[in-house]
Design a protein around this ligand. Sequence first.
Ligand code: RP5
Length: 160
Amino acid sequence: MQVALVMGSISDWPTVKQTADLLTELHVSYDTHVISAHRMPQELQQFGESAKAEQYQTIIAAAGGAAHLPGMLAANTTVPVIGVPVQSHALNGMDSLLSIVQMPAGVPVGTMAIGNAGAKNAALFAAEIIALQDSDVDQQLQAYRKRQTEEAIESNAQLH
Ligand code: RP5
């Protein structure tokens, strides 16, 4: 698989499904995993340590609240990690965002926006990395951008 799509809890799936659907649309292969940083710390370490051997090109990790999953995966691998802050109930995802984005120098996580926009952009960002060496994914990305531009232009018609 080109991408590992990891979430901290099955309760993150409604957000992460948007990433999964877009990866499918862009012809990026992926597998999905629930790995909780706090409830499954040994599984998390093992997953990070084997990610390179599994030949993942990117890991997308989504978590909410005390969102340590992306950072701890990044601590255990040099496969690029994209973090998606899930919108939490208590603090609207600000806790998730700050937990993911404030990594110490030396262990990077590419952090997306909170919630749905971040979930979709994580798929697009991963596809952009993969498209550097995969012409099919590159074509899908170009077509996606073209459709998006056309839809924005056509939305002018709704003003009349
Ligand atoms: C995080 O805690 C998960 O990523 C999830 O966003 C949040 C709440 O998890 P549950 O209590 O719903 O399993 O680890």
